[in-house]
Every structure is written in C-alpha cells, then in structure tokens.
Ligand binder design. Structure first.
Ligand SMILES: Cc1cc2nc3c(=O)[nH]c(=O)nc-3n(C[C@H](O)[C@H](O)[C@H](O)COP(=O)(O)OP(=O)(O)OC[C@H]3O[C@@H](n4cnc5c(N)ncnc54)[C@H](O)[C@@H]3O)c2cc1C
Length: 494
C-alpha cells in the first residue's frame, strides 16, 4: 500500500493527482474494473472550501466573473486532455464582447498611440504604424521562436516520464529556453534590436497585464505572455484586410505568431467557471479531496521498518496527523504557511517572494479624459497600460455587461495597493457598484536568473510549483505538477 498526500488543489496539485491516476491506470487495467487503487491512495488537502486555487470566480453586478487565472490557450495539451476527460466545455473569453465594434488600446504618456478594433488586422496595422515594421517583425520572430520551442514541452514530458526533470533549469535547458529565463525582458529586447516604442509601449504593457510586472521580469515570461496574449483571432482576417503591398509583411507577422498567439490558437475560459475543471478532474480521478483542511506541518522521519529512506507525517489544522510514503507540495511556499521538520529540526527552504495584486471590479462608465481622450470618445474594452502612463493601475478590461445596470463591468489590476476613492472617481464617469478581490500572492516576482527550487526536495517530497518562479500560467502549473508526479511515481515504483 502506497499513501500519497498532495497539498493544494490548484492547477499544479490537480495536474499531479491526474498524472498519478493515469500512471496507475496504465500500470494496472484492473484498476478501473476493481475500482481500487492498485494499493495506492491519493489524499489532497485544500485549505479553501473548494479547489481551483488561483482559478476562482465570483458573482458581481449580475455576472459570473473570473478574478484569478482567466484565460487558457488552445495550445495547452494537458488542459485539452483534462477537458476531454471531464467533458468540460470551452466558454468565450470575457473580452470577446464584439470584435467588430469593441476596441483594444495601449495607454501611454501620449494617450492611446494604438487604439484598434480587437480584430487582428486592425491590431497589427495599429502596432506596425506606431513602432515601425522592423521592430514589429523582430518582436514577432522572437515570440515565434520561443513559442515553437516552448511547445516541445509536451514531447519532453512523454519522453522523460521515466526520467523526469529534476529542476526547472534542466527542463528549460532541454527546450533551449534557459537563456531567456536568465536575462530581463528589457535586455532581451535590446539584444534583439527591438526599438523603445515596441519595448515600452507594447511589450511591457502586455507583461503588466499578464503579471502586473514590467520589463524587469525574465524575458521568457514576458515573451510567452506576449505570444499567449492572442490579441486577435485568425490569419484570414488579417490577410484580407491588409493592403496588397503590405500583405507580405503582415502575413509574416502573423506567421511569426505575434498577433495570433501561440500556434495561431485561441483563448478561452471553462464554461461554468475555470475552477470546475480542476474539481471534476479530481472527482473523476477518485482522489480523496479534503477541503477546508489546511496543512500546518510536515514531519519528515526515517524508520528502519520502512522500505523508503523517508516517511512523512502530515498535520492538518483539524489536529489530525496522517502518515504518508510521499508528499507532493502543490502550493507556493510563500503562501502555504507550512512548517517542515526533518528529524526534529526545522527544514528551512528558501521562500521566493510573491506579489500582492488587487482585482477591482467596477460596474460603470469609463471617463475618457482620464485616458487623455476628448469627453464623449467611445472607450476601448481592453486597455494595456505602459509605465509611462503613470497610472495607478496596470491593466483594465471589460469582462462583461451587467444585466443589473446595463453597463460594462471592468476588471482593474493594481499591484501592492488598492485604488483610492479619488482615483476611481477620476477613472470613471459613473460607478454603480465596486468590489475588490485581494490576491495576497498573485504571481511570483519573476526575477531573471534566480535559483529555482527543484521538483524533488528530498526523496519522497516533491514540489509541484517549481516551474512557477520562471513563468506563472495555469497550463504550465499543470505541466509542473505532472513532472513532480512522475518523480513521485517512479520513486514509489508505480
Ligand atoms: C489575477 C490573476 C490572473 C491570472 N490570469 C491568468 C490567465 O489568464 N491565464 C493563465 O494561464 N494564468 C493566469 N494566472 C496565473 C495562474 O492563475 C497561476 O499560475 C495558477 O493558478 C497557479 O496554480 P497553482 O496550482 O500552482 O497554485 P494555486 O492556484 O495557488 O494553488 C495552490 C492551492 O494550495 C492551497 N493551499 C495553500 N497552502 C495550503 C496549505 N497549507 N494546506 C492546504 N492547502 C493549501 C491553496 O488554497 C490553493 O488552492 C493569473 C493569476 C492571477 C492571480
């Protein structure tokens, strides 16, 4: 009998549980028929009342709104497999209200230098007009190169199932992507001769929208975010809309992925709420999920009777202590508030800092003058904010239409601070309702070149969040959990 504990029911913990389940099913077909576990039990501890972690939604002004991880990209193979497994369906991304009439803009000290329809043709021509063809193409080709290498991650996971990656560095090195994790986005853009307009007015505002951090973050995170931002939807529209003499250049931009997202795919949410995907996966994988059960302490001990070098006692907030053969920690250490002891002494791990981010929801009407536009100007539904705009927030987007007030609902991201009443009065002409969700730790501080924790902390204790200090995305966390689960399964001989 093998007993495994997973601590945390977000994208990483669910990825780990699901991979263990798949390994058990593969190993023993009788697993399904017997409804047993091949003598292996998986218990998942989740401190909140439901799983999903940072994929959470709430009801506001009559709409269901995702306040954490919102967008999945269609290139995410593990998410697609989990959707097939559970029957979860795609829902439309919240910004896709009507791409014929709605706009997306980049807000800088000069107002909106790019203010385009959310269609790809309009977006591409707006950016090219502002930054020039050369830097657009260079940024596109950098994003394209990275996106292609990044997608090899799935083949690597399969090849390395029996010999999983020990560290995030090892994984990104295998993809040829270690270098961009070690330099800043700013340095990477400089090295690739990408001009300041592209760097400061386009690339950085996108990083701020994805991570609430600027051009100081590691280049890989910013470029994956840029490629995955998928500002627009397909190639045909662009090719059709582009003037004939520019068509080749535009087509090249599209082929290079900049405006179409990874693999020219699309962005989506899970119908019914993103958290429901993780909930269904865990239910169907027959994991014993203990919600409202925070883990306070893990005690690592050795005993001569055990076949393993270490065993683990997990103490949860309800005072129950349970012994396990292996533990997968699937929560960032900065947020987990877990004490780890080894042979009676504290086992101290370096804690990587996480950033506090506030998602402020407002049902109301934007004030064009705040954005340096004439009164009465129709406002875009997504606004990427450059640091030059000196704005109190990093990103603002419309995430629905309130049936209660018949107006748009905006979601505003601000880091390490909430918006004051005075600021909200300046940003909006009319406010019907406000609600703020505080993420105590929304994303890791994405510093380039840091030492990342390994997937294996000691034999039997695994860290499913290891990849997050490089790039923080739902799919990548599931990949990270999968790799940690492979290490755990091999160790237990599953
Ligand atoms: C505002 C915001 C917007 C985002 N937008 C996107 C997006 O559009 N697309 C995208 O791909 N990514 C996005 N992300 C990033 C994405 O949400 C995260 O990368 C991902 O959700 C992290 O998953 P995780 O499982 O690693 O961690 P978490 O989701 O944090 O899961 C950890 C879980 O562990 C539990 N836990 C912690 N400590 C304990 C304990 N001691 N005992 C028991 N349980 C514990 C927590 O309650 C939590 O459920 C966004 C994040 C934020 C905050």
């Amino acid at each position: 009998m093998n007993k495994i504990a997973i601590i945390g029911g977000g994208a990483a913990g669910t990825g780990a549980a699901w991979q263990l389940y798949k390994r058990l099913v593969q190993k023993n077909n009788a697993f399904i028929a017997n409804d047993g576990r091949d003598n292996t039990s998986i218990t998942l501890y989740e401190r909140n009342s439901r799983v999903g972690g940072r994929a959470q939604g709430l009801t506001f002004a009559g709409c269901n709104i995702e306040v954490g991880g919102v967008l999945f990209h269609s290139s995410g193979k593990l998410t697609s497999e989990m959707m097939q497994f559970t029957g979860c369906k795609k829902g439309a991304p919240p910004f896709a209200i009507n791409e014929k009439t709605d706009c997306c803009a980049f807000f800088t000290s000069a107002g909106f230098p790019v203010n385009a329809r959310t269609s790809m043709a309009s977006m591409a021509s707006g950016i090219v007009k502002h930054v020039g063809i050369a830097s657009s193409l260079r940024a596109a080709s950098a994003a394209s190169k990275i996106a292609k290498q990044y997608e090899e991650i799935y083949d690597q996971l399969i090849w390395r199932e029996r010999d999983p990656f020990k560290t995030p560095d090892e994984l990104f090195d295998a993809l040829g992507l270690l270098e961009p994790t070690r330099i800043s986005c700013e340095q990477y853009l400089l090295n690739n001769s990408i001009n300041e307009r592209m760097a400061y007015d386009i690339v950085e505002p996108m990083a701020r929208s994805t991570y609430n951090q600027g051009r100081e973050i590691n280049a890989l995170a910013s470029l994956v975010g840029l490629a995955g931002a998928g500002l627009a939807k397909g190639n045909a529209e662009l090719a059709g809309a582009a003037a004939p003499k520019k068509k080749m250049l535009f087509q090249s931009l599209i082929n290079n992925n900049l405006f179409s997202g990874l693999s020219n795919g699309s962005l989506f949410v899970i119908d019914g709420g993103n958290w429901t995907l993780y909930d269904k996966v865990l239910r169907l994988s027959d994991v014993d999920v203990r919600t409202l059960t925070k883990v306070d302490k893990i005690t690592i001990f050795s005993t001569p009777e055990s076949k393993h070098p270490y065993n683990f006692r997990v103490l949860s907030r309800d005072g129950i202590v349970t012994e396990y053969d292996a533990v997968i920690l699937a929560a960032p250490l900065a947020l987990a508030d877990i004490q780890i002891d080894l042979d009676g002494r504290p086992f101290v791990l370096p804690i990587h800092p996480y950033l506090e981010v506030q998602s402020t929801l407002v049902a109301g009407e934007l004030n064009p003058e705040f954005f340096k536009q004439a009164a009465g100007t129709p406002m875009p539904n997504t606004i990427f904010v450059a640091s030059s705009a000196n704005s109190p927030f990093n990103h603002i987007s419309s995430v629905g239409i309130s049936p209660n007030y018949n107006c748009r609902i905006y979601k505003i991201f601000s880091a390490n601070r909430s918006l004051t009443e005075e600021e909200l009065t300046n940003i909006f002409n009319k406010v019907h309702e406000i609600q703020t969700h505080v993420w105590r730790g929304a994303y890791p501080v994405l510093t380039p070149g840091i030492r990342h924790l390994p997937f294996q902390i000691i034999p039997g204790l695994y860290f499913a969040n290891a990849l997050e200090t490089m790039v923080s995305l739902l799919e990548l966390e599931t990949i990270s959990g999968t790799n940690a689960a492979n290490l755990c399964a091999n160790y237990l001989g599953l």
